[in-house]
Design a binder for this molecule. Structure first.
Ligand code: FAD
Length: 454
């Protein structure tokens, strides 16, 4: 009987243990289910639908090159995979174990009705390897990272098996085009041409970055340069394995600080395994008393933030970059997120959802952990009272040309005035006035934090 390989956020053939196991068993059939039901509010967002379309097209092509059919279905993943298994007369289903709570639930459901084999491969260290001395999970990054390194390097990545034998008469597949994952009118994804979804695109990006990793430590905080790897959407969709990234870079001058960032990805997965509702509930319960602004005025501020019209150039540049290419530089994500939470005193969960819909790298664990870190509500967080000053951060990290690129109203402005054009009376008429004044916003945030504690 054939075996099934169930693909989700692991859309590659190299170093893909589920595919390798299926291929070794005889004839194989690949399945992908577009599941907008099981994840509930965390169903795949708008920007990622664009990515998904292209990465599935690439995967189908690589599979076809090996004679393996890809069956596409819509609906609840656990039900659909079971149905395809039945139609194909399959004996076994292989998958990579996922950490998102809804995927774990779907895996558990499926495992009750058929032979499901869960393989490691989403993380550097398989779940369960990185534990405290007493067997618990780490809640702070630095000791987690120290413990993770004891298990490194990860196993060497395995090349894609060349010997797969596809199932001759596969069950019916839906057509990718019928899923309408691409935007039409308006086509907001024009700027996404920046990206090459799929395994080959991921490998090319890694190869290019391997030559630049030596500059990472220096350049990673400067939004005006391409100092980071831009591998995040490829890693989220599993087009490349973290082990492959590790082995490509380990030992290169300057790679340590980069590999530590990849370690944050494992840490975030570790936290959502510990607290599956981390995207909704505070890591620090004592922050539950914080009174976020709500109502019409807060809604208008939120909308201005999403549009990149806060009057703070660095924040606006980030929010517009997000809209145009589905990605934002990490330093600017921190500044923009902090602005929403502290300056506007708007609930971080609203920002998290906006990011979820707009980011091509939207990832439940990474998004929640970073939002809670910024908001001061997480288990491992900077304190709420530490408030980033966007007008200080912007010149400090040399963001002038980044702002000129993403905020066209300010494109002609020189380095001295661009970080805060209002202060020098140089703001063009079509650029909005600041939503709030920094010092007043800071006091309001500190007062809210104090009353939450009381
Ligand atoms: P690089 O600097 O080249 O880092 C390499 C890889 O390490 C990344 O691709 C990513 O997989 C991982 N990584 C780096 N920084 C972090 C981090 N702080 N936390 C977890 N993993 C990290 N990242 C996501 O992948 N998905 C998200 O939904 C997401 N939401 C975020 C929300 C906020 C408010 C903030 C402040 C950060 C968020 N990040 C998220 C983390 C980080 O901003 C991105 O991973 C990074 O900017 C991606 O660009 P890169 O691949 O060039 O990063």
């Amino acid at each position: 009987p054939p075996s099934i390989v169930w693909f989700r956020q692991d859309l590659r053939l190299s170093d893909q243990a589920a595919f390798a196991a299926g291929a070794a068993e005889g004839s194989v059939l690949a399945v992908y289910v577009l599941d907008d039901e099981t994840p509930g509010e965390w169903r795949i967002g708008g920007a990622q639908r664009w990515w998904l379309h292209h990465t599935l097209a690439a995967l189908a092509k690589s599979l076809a090159g090996r004679g393996v059919p890809l069956v596409l279905r819509r609906g609840r993943a656990a039900e659909q995979v079971a149905r395809v298994a039945q139609e194909a007369g399959a004996a076994r289903v292989h998958c990579l174990a996922h950490q998102e709570p809804w995927w774990r639930e779907a895996e558990d459901t499926l495992a009750r009705s058929l032979d499901l084999v869960r393989h490691p491969g989403r993380l550097l260290a398989d779940d369960g390897m990185v534990r405290t001395g007493t067997g618990g999970r780490f809640r702070i990054f630095t000791p987690f990272w120290r413990a993770l390194q004891l298990h490194m390097p990860p196993p060497s990545p395995e090349p894609a098996s060349a010997t797969a034998r596809g199932m001759a008469h596969p069950p019916h597949s839906e057509r990718l085009e019928d899923w309408h994952l691409l935007p039409t009118a308006p086509d907001w994804a024009e700027g996404f041409a920046h990206w090459t979804p799929g395994e080959a695109g991921a490998e090319a990006r890694l190869e290019a970055f391997a030559d630049e990793v030596g500059d990472y430590e220096q350049a990673r905080n400067l939004p005006s340069t391409d100092g980071t790897s831009s591998l995040s959407p490829h890693l989220h969709f599993g087009e490349i394995s973290p082990a492959a990234v590790w082995h490509a870079l380990d030992g290169k001058a300057g790679a340590e600080s980069y590999l530590r960032e990849i370690g944050w990805r494992d840490f975030a997965a570790n936290l959502i395994l510990e607290q599956p509702d981390y995207g909704a509930a505070h890591g620090r319960a004592k922050m539950d008393g914080l009174r976020w602004r709500t109502g019409r005025e807060a809604d208008a501020d939120f909308r201005a933030w999403t549009r990149g019209r806060t009057g703070y150039p660095i924040v606006d540049a980030g929010m517009r970059q997000l809209w145009h290419i589905g990605w934002m530089h990490n330093r600017v994500r921190m500044i923009a997120a902090s602005f929403l939470v502290k300056h506007l005193l708007i609930d971080w969960r609203r920002g998290q959802h906006w990011f979820w819909d707009c980011l091509v790298d939207a990832d439940y664990g990474n998004n929640a952990v970073n939002w809670q870190w910024i908001a001061g509500t997480g288990v491992d967080s900077s304190p709420f009272g530490r408030i980033m000053a966007p007008l200080v951060q912007s010149p400090k990290f040399d963001a002038a040309s980044y702002i000129r690129q993403w905020v066209p109203e300010l494109a002609d402005m020189g380095d001295a005035a661009i970080h805060d054009p209002h202060a020098v009376g140089a703001a063009p008429a079509d650029y909005p006035a600041p939503l709030v004044e920094h010092r007043a916003a800071r006091e309001r945030a500190l007062a809210a934090a104090a009353s939450a504690r009381a």
